[in-house]
Design a protein around this ligand. Structure first.
Ligand code: NAD
Length: 284
């Protein structure tokens, strides 16, 4: 049976460190502050935003809500982003994605001050990551790396396969693994034979957004498997992109859903917000 990586426990440790550093920043007159922007009424987004706000409260980061359940036009959203860019009391901007249909995510992200882009999605921050000198690293991939480091996984020379090539998970994660000297393949919907790739992986990270698309026979014996997916089945059950039972028979280690990558993502957002605040205040 695979070891189950405890994302909740590792995230709690990270949050503990962030909390102490937030206290130190506050003692020097800087209250790290996160603007939370949510447009529309996507139920999953509302849950994620709720968790992020709870984490802010836990570590002492001030959260300022900009919630638009009725929607917001793109021009108004762009104006809000510019206003938050200019507000010296706001250190980080969390723009919860996905945006409702009709709003261009790329254009809105482009408008954000890269220094306040605590999700690390702005082209400047993604470019720095690609260039090998990251400034802000996207939270989910950063959380995956933190988890791998916590459990002492030696990435150098490892055959790594990332399933998914999104801007927010797959692509940045592949680059972080590459920077740590893994040999990385990226699979996606047009990959001809997914199982042929996944079976070669010593490290398999899955961010496809397809419930249980990875089954036991697709996994190399003793692989380390990171399940980024969060999918709600019609029964209401929350599952990952990996079929937990069959994969845990083959893998040496596996992240659960929930309780794996999810809590790590939130913890990394807190760390990124703290970093943004200390940099902007000249404390870092
Ligand atoms: P996305 O839809 O933007 O991208 C999915 C990627 O997977 C695409 O590149 C697509 O080509 C690939 N893909 C889809 N089906 C595939 C298949 N059958 N075979 C191979 N490749 C396939 O999704 P995303 O935003 O990257 O998120 C992926 C998953 O991770 C979702 O379930 C999302 O809810 C979850 N997620 C979790 C966290 C977290 O904190 N744990 C954070 C972000 C996203």
């Amino acid at each position: 049976m695979a070891q189950v990586f405890d994302g909740k426990a590792v995230a709690a440790r990270v949050l503990g460190t962030v909390k102490a550093e937030v206290e130190a920043a506050r003692a020097r007159g800087v209250t790290p502050t996160l603007a939370v922007v949510l447009v529309g009424e996507d139920p999953a987004s509302k849950i994620y935003v709720g968790r992020k706000r709870a984490a802010c409260q836990e570590v002492g980061i001030a959260a300022r809500d900009h919630l638009y359940p009725q929607g917001l036009g793109e021009a108004d959203l762009l104006a809000l982003i510019r206003e938050l860019n200019a507000d010296r009391g706001v250190h980080g901007i969390l723009l919860q994605l996905p945006l409702p249909a009709g709003l261009d995510e790329g254009r809105v992200l482009d408008a954000m001050d890269p220094a306040k882009d605590v999700d690390g999605f702005h082209p400047y921050n993604l470019g720095r990551l690609l260039a090998g000198s990251p400034t802000v690293v996207p939270c989910t991939p950063a959380g995956v790396m933190e988890l791998l480091d916590h459990y002492g996984i030696e990435l150098k020379g490892m055959e790594a396969v990332v399933v998914g090539r999104s801007r927010i998970v797959g692509k940045p994660l592949a680059h972080l693994l590459l920077a740590r000297h893994a040999t990385v393949a990226i699979c996606h919907t047009r990959t001809r034979d997914l199982a042929a790739h996944t079976r070669r992986a010593e490290l398999l990270a899955v961010a496809a957004g397809r419930p249980q698309v990875i089954t036991g026979e697709m996994v190399r014996p003793d692989a380390v498997v990171i399940d980024v997916g969060i999918n709600r089945l019609s029964s209401g059950k929350l599952v990952g992109d990996v079929e937990f039972d069959s994969v845990s028979q083959r893998a040496s280690a596996l992240t659960p859903v929930p309780g794996g990558v999810g809590p790590m993502t939130v913890a990394m957002l807190m760390r990124n917000t703290l970093l943004a605040a200390t940099r902007q205040a000249g404390l870092a």
